[in-house]
Design a protein around this ligand. Structure first.
Ligand code: SAJ
Length: 436
């Protein structure tokens, strides 16, 4: 167990565990680093490039506070490509969803469990952090460990999903309450030791309930955003401004409407309702909400097409590739579908994003992205766009027309700079009112 050797031991050595975290992505890496505040942690990843990056002291992605944490725990955090003996294993591998059929691919979780199997003892704790369909962690671990010669009940496990919001992952991993499904009370005790970095409460339950709770949380958000998007579409037809209407409705003490936009992106909210509905027959509302949100990039494109008119081969400047504001993450971003719609219609798309380097099309500096644009469209609510000075665009665009799908621009400022400003969900100043 030389890999766990610590030159900066935790305050109380008795409580220090030797931990192996499998999967060093958006969830696994911050989790591993937070655990390394008190425990000896070895992080394992199947991607040699990621292992090399981390060994070189570099982070593969950015999150507030992550770099400082990486420096702080360096003496107690090591990275390898091989699973080694440990007191606790944390599986944080991806569970990609085949969106066409709505089935999750659990191969990486299975492979991780198989690699733990030779090191399992009755005292070892196996934690699944990866989001899985209800019942999957129990079934999957049983199929792997029983095949390896263990009896059910002979191994301890827990399902412990994160609840942290990308963009504030480290702080939320510390502050948020956790709901953890535990195989028995010994597993629950070990979870409290392992997750001693959590300031929030740790609520324990059975694994199946914890799996469902995680999926219900994200499904709630998806359905709530779908309602806001549906209201935006209605507002455009009614001739009202949905943003003002939401603001006023939220004055009610028991109403908390969310914000409409060009669609829902990110790995979790686009996936979790499908995982929740995967083995049950009552998922009608969930499916409709997904359809509403999936249709929004197309609607955003139609708003752009309406201002472009019948111009063919127009140039569209897209502001924002990331799936939401102030992150560099483009997983399931609505921008991808928007670009597809625009290209299908024969238009040229140029993209700008202050955080994203790799995307199709490759992001360009702002001036280059807007040069010759027949229409500019804001698809991501980056703070940089809220503060954007329209005069930076005026010398370069072909036409002063902007479609704001996030309602982030300072409308008055843009209008004063000579821009026609169209806002998704705002039917108040358009010709879309019935009877007009
Ligand atoms: N969005 C809207 N309108 C809104 C809020 C969000 O259109 O009012 C869009 C965003 O632009 C984005 C998408 O929804 O495209 C999702 O963003 P998000 O900030 O709502 O959520 P995620 O996917 O970044 O993180 C969610 C969080 N879940 C909940 O808040 C219930 C986070 O706490 C989870 O840990 C995370 O999923 C996860 O990993 O499961």
């Amino acid at each position: 167990m030389a890999e766990f050797a610590s030159d900066a031991p935790a305050e109380n050595d008795e409580d220090q565990l030797e931990v192996c975290v499998l999967g060093l992505g958006y969830v696994g890496l911050p989790t591993a680093l937070l655990m390394a505040r008190s425990h000896g942690v070895v992080g394992v990843d199947v991607d040699p490039e990621r292992v090399a990056t981390l060994r070189d002291g570099e982070l593969p992605f950015d999150e507030p506070g992550l770099a400082e944490l990486f420096d702080e725990v360096a003496p107690r955090f090591h990275v390898t490509d091989e699973v080694i003996p440990a007191d606790a294993y944390v599986i944080a591998t991806p569970t990609p969803l085949d969106h066409a059929v709505g089935v999750a691919d659990l191969a990486a979780v299975r492979a991780a469990a198989e690699s733990i199997s030779p090191h399992l003892t009755p005292e070892t704790l196996v934690v699944v952090e990866s989001t899985v369909p209800p019942g999957a962690s129990d079934q999957l671990l049983a199929s792997v460990f029983v095949e390896a010669g263990y009896e059910p009940g002979e191994y301890r496990y827990a399902y412990c999903p994160e609840r942290a919001i990308p963009g504030d992952t480290v702080a939320e991993m510390v502050e948020n309450h956790r709901v953890v499904g535990c195989s028995d009370s010994a597993a629950a005790d070990q979870i409290r030791r392992l997750y001693d970095f959590v300031d929030g409460e740790i609520h324990t339950t059975d694994p199946l309930t914890a799996e469902a709770v995680k999926l219900m949380e994200n499904t709630h958000r998806d359905v709530a955003i779908a309602l806001a998007n549906e209201f935006a579409l209605m507002a455009e037809q009614l001739g009202i401004d949905v943003h003002r209407a939401i603001e006023l409705a939220n004055e009610h003490p028991r109403v908390e409407l969310m914000n409409p936009g060009p669609g829902v992106g990110g790995h979790c909210i686009t996936t979790d309702p499908k995982l929740l509905g995967s083995n049950v027959s009552h998922d009608r509302l969930l499916s409709v909400a997904r359809q509403v949100n999936d249709a929004m990039p197309g609607h955003a494109f139609r708003r752009v097409q309406a201002v472009i008119g019948n111009r063919t081969r127009a140039r569209i400047a897209v502001l924002g590739a990331a799936y939401k504001g102030d992150v560099d993450d483009t997983r399931e971003t609505p921008t991808r579908l928007f670009v597809q719609h625009a290209r299908n219609a024969g238009h040229e798309v140029r993209v700008h994003d202050p955080y994203v380097d790799e995307f199709d099309p490759t992001p360009r500096p702002l001036v280059e992205a807007v040069t010759g644009a027949d229409c500019t469209v804001v698809l991501t609510d980056h703070d940089a766009y809220r503060e954007l000075d329209p005069e930076r665009l005026t010398p370069h665009v072909e036409r002063r027309v902007v479609v704001d799908t996030r309602a982030v621009l300072d409308r008055e400022r843009w209008c004063n700079a000579g821009f026609r400003v169209e806002v998704l969900g705002d039917g108040a100043d358009t010709d879309r009112r019935p009877g007009r």
